[in-house]
Ligand binder design. Structure first.
Ligand SMILES: *Cc1c(COP(=O)(O)O)cnc(C)c1O
Length: 401
């Protein structure tokens, strides 16, 4: 093998394209083979017994591992600067597999009050299993300290936060949490490893929804958890294999490996486009506020520069014409799609409060996360030509001035 990843410190994209695979190991095939199999044949009875006796770690069954998945795990781990990674069928499967591995009845989690809505619901459901979730502003050291008790196991947060795009000072959270003996889990989906590596800032584990930027093309679901090798082995053995069963398909791994190759160039363009869109929104007379931490006038600009290498593609903003104005504006868009996901090549827009109000009709206790206003709109800026995105937003905003 000519490319030995251990021999030299290679750059991000070089590793994203080459790490962990030698074409000569597979007939010179430039792309790694996809192992479409659910189980693996043993050579003989003794080999099967050796596996079950813990004397061999060869492939056994698809609910634990697959060679295509293993390559993706190795690549993601190296890009995050971690020992190991575990890839799952969705971001939610990564979150549930992690918590189900380590939590027991009586434990507590301290979680930031604004997080991805489905993750928030999962944490809410944990109450049924005797686990308490305390939602506070983890960015406020005093609030965080007060929420921690002898029963607390983890601090859980996203940065940037979904859906607002605000940042949380990861190093600051880690120092408070570690002083109290807690582990910190950071969902870094909005940044991807191209823009931010939370482990280097003190986090103990990182979560990604691979569905978003890392795959980047809106054609599959995937998730991962990243950290030290022993912890990842435990999550694989317990949370994934015995509890969630949230295994990803080898074909999805192949597509994510393909997406990963262009992650850095895509993130650079998402960020460049988003900054231009945010600048337009910030000076537009119909716009009340814009949250994009890489805008120089943002109150989080200093933290953004310290914590991330560049801006992501997510902007949140509010219109002066409020909730109804947001609905009207979105209905006028011609190019930007009204859709839930984010991080795709296509620009996507969503109005969380409108969906929550609709949801209330069938689930009356549904409510907006703290820090999310009724008028807030989340825009995931895609890779279209930025002048076309700006023109689409300008024509849609025209009626709201
Ligand atoms: C989408 C998302 C998730 C959940 O990921 P899925 O792949 O949809 O299960 C978790 N965290 C964040 C920040 C997300 O945006």
């Amino acid at each position: 093998m000519k490319f030995n990843p251990a021999s030299k410190e290679r750059g991000f994209s070089t590793k994203a394209i080459h790490h962990g695979y030698d074409p000569q190991s597979a007939h010179g095939s430039l792309n790694a083979p996809v192992y479409m199999t659910s189980t693996y044949a043993f050579e003989n009875a003794a080999e099967a017994e050796a596996v079950f006796a813990g004397e061999s770690d060869r492939y056994v069954y698809g609910r634990q591992h697959n060679p295509t998945q293993a390559l993706l795990e190795a690549r993601i781990a190296t890009l995050e600067g971690a020992e190991a990674a575990l890839v799952t069928s969705s971001g939610m499967a990564a979150i549930t597999s992690t918590f189900w591995t380590f939590l027991r009845s009586g434990d507590e989690i301290v979680c930031h009050h604004t997080i991805y809505s489905t993750a928030s619901m999962f944490l809410g459901e944990l109450v049924r299993f005797g686990i308490t979730v305390k939602k506070v502003d983890v960015g406020d050291a005093t609030e965080l300290q007060q929420a921690i008790s002898s029963k607390s196991k983890f601090v859980y947060l996203e940065s940037p936060v979904n859906p607002t795009g605000e940042l949380i000072d990861i190093a600051k959270v880690a120092s408070v949490a570690h002083a109290a003996g807690l582990k910190v889990i950071v969902d870094s989906t909005f940044a991807s490893p191209a823009l931010q590596t939370p482990l280097k800032l003190g986090a103990d584990m990182v979560i990604h929804s691979l569905t978003k930027y890392i795959n980047g093309h809106g054609d599959l679901l995937g998730g991962c958890v990243i950290g030290d090798a022993a912890t990842m082995a435990e999550i694989r053995a317990i949370g994934l294999r015995y509890m969630s069963g949230g295994v990803i398909s080898p074909m999805s791994c192949f597509l994510i490996l393909r997406g990963l190759k262009t992650l850095k160039v895509r993130m650079r363009q998402h960020g460049e486009n988003a900054l231009k869109v945010a600048q337009m929104l910030a000076t537009h007379p119909a716009v009340k506020s814009v949250c994009y931490p890489f805008l120089p006038q943002s109150p989080q600009y200093e933290l953004a520069q310290r914590q991330m290498s560049a801006g992501t593609g997510i902007i949140s903003f509010e219109l002066k014409s409020g909730f109804e104005g947001a609905r009207r504006m979105m209905n006028r868009l011609e190019l930007i799609a009204c859709a839930l996901s984010l991080g795709d090549t296509e620009s996507l827009i969503t109005h969380p409060a409108a969906l929550i109000e609709a949801r209330k009709k069938i689930k009356p206790d549904t409510h907006l996360a703290k820090g999310v206003s009724r008028e807030m709109i989340r825009l995931s800026v895609g890779l279209e030509d930025v002048q076309d995105l700006i023109a689409d937003l300008e024509q849609a905003l025209q009626g709201e001035q």
